[in-house]
Design a protein around this ligand. Structure first.
Ligand code: KIV
Length: 290
């Protein structure tokens, strides 16, 4: 049972809400979350979409890329995010390998993610090659967010994390991919690591919302990895990241202060201790009972 059951009424963000934002020209917000407290804080802050991204692998689990994270690990973290999410649309990434074998296998994995985690939509990476999967998931009433451009699961095929769509041919291919994903039933498309001009073009080309990350300011919504936004990372940030706080420094300072206070015996103070005034401990008698 969730401590914070999803809202039922008009305030709950659904795929229709995102579409309404696009049509009205209102920018909407999306953020990754991998645990209960982050989900609660982001949901309370009015973030519209929470993504349990496979960036879990790097941001939280300490892997060097996203490829190794499993369906079980995604579900484990998504359940925690579910417990902290009331208003936002909850989207969970399908990890690498969970939608690459067959459409039937994709369906089985996606149904598991939805049933076990409470995800309201799933996200998968790839262009026109993913249309069969997206059709099958959409037919099964599972809303799908697509993801094109710099797709981290294609790290090796791309030859590294490189901005995509920089040549005319590559840009046209991505625009065609976006149209194919829309036709297959995707409810939104994440555009990652592409030139601003191309993101603007794709956003006006499709009728479904686009969500940008490293794609300039003209997409319908924006998404960031929460650890980048809070500066809870150990590598230098990508060009598109704006740290909105320095939680890393805050935590380092707090930990150093705790360490020093314990060493100096100033923590805990008497005010932080429990008392039993009538309990007169006779230390000599106690020692004798040993
Ligand atoms: O896994 C993730 O965090 C993502 C976002 C960067 C879009 O896919």
């Amino acid at each position: 049972m969730s401590l914070t059951p999803p809202l039922a009424g008009a305030d709950k963000v659904t795929p229709h809400t995102l579409l309404a934002h696009k049509r009205a020209g209102n920018a909407f917000t999306a953020l990754t979350a991998y645990d209960y407290p982050t989900a609660r804080l982001a949901d309370d802050a009015g973030i519209d979409l929470l993504l349990v991204g496979d960036s879990l692998a790097m941001a939280v689990l300490g892997h060097s890329d996203t490829l190794s994270v499993t369906v079980d690990e995604m579900i484990h973290h998504a359940k925690a995010v579910r417990r902290g999410t009331r208003r936002a649309l909850l989207v969970v990434d399908m990890p690498f390998g969970s939608y690459h074998v067959s459409v039937e296998n994709t369906l089985r994995n996606a149904i598991r993610i939805v049933k076990e985690s409470g995800a309201e939509a799933i996200k998968l990476e790839g262009g026109a090659a993913q249309t069969a999967n997206i059709r099958a998931l959409t037919d099964a009433q599972i809303p799908v967010v697509a993801h094109i451009g710099l797709t981290p699961q294609s790290l090796h095929a791309m030859g590294g994390y490189r901005v995509q769509g920089r040549t005319r041919a590559a840009a046209l291919q991505l625009a065609d991919d976006a149209l194919a994903l829309e036709a297959a039933g995707a409810i939104a498309i994440v555009l990652e690591g592409i030139p601003r001009e191309l993101a603007t073009h794709i956003t006006s080309l499709v009728t479904i919302p686009t969500i940008g990350i490293g794609a300039g300011p003209d997409t319908d919504g924006q998404i960031l990895v929460v650890h980048d936004l809070l500066q809870l990372t150990f590598t230098s940030p990508a060009k598109f990241v704006r740290p909105f706080a320095d939680a890393g420094t805050l935590i380092r300072e707090a930990l150093a202060n705790y360490r020093d206070a314990v060493h100096a015996r100033t923590f805990p103070a008497d005010a932080e201790s429990y008392h039993a005034p009538r309990l007169e401990l006779d230390t000599e008698a106690l020692a004798a009972t040993r």
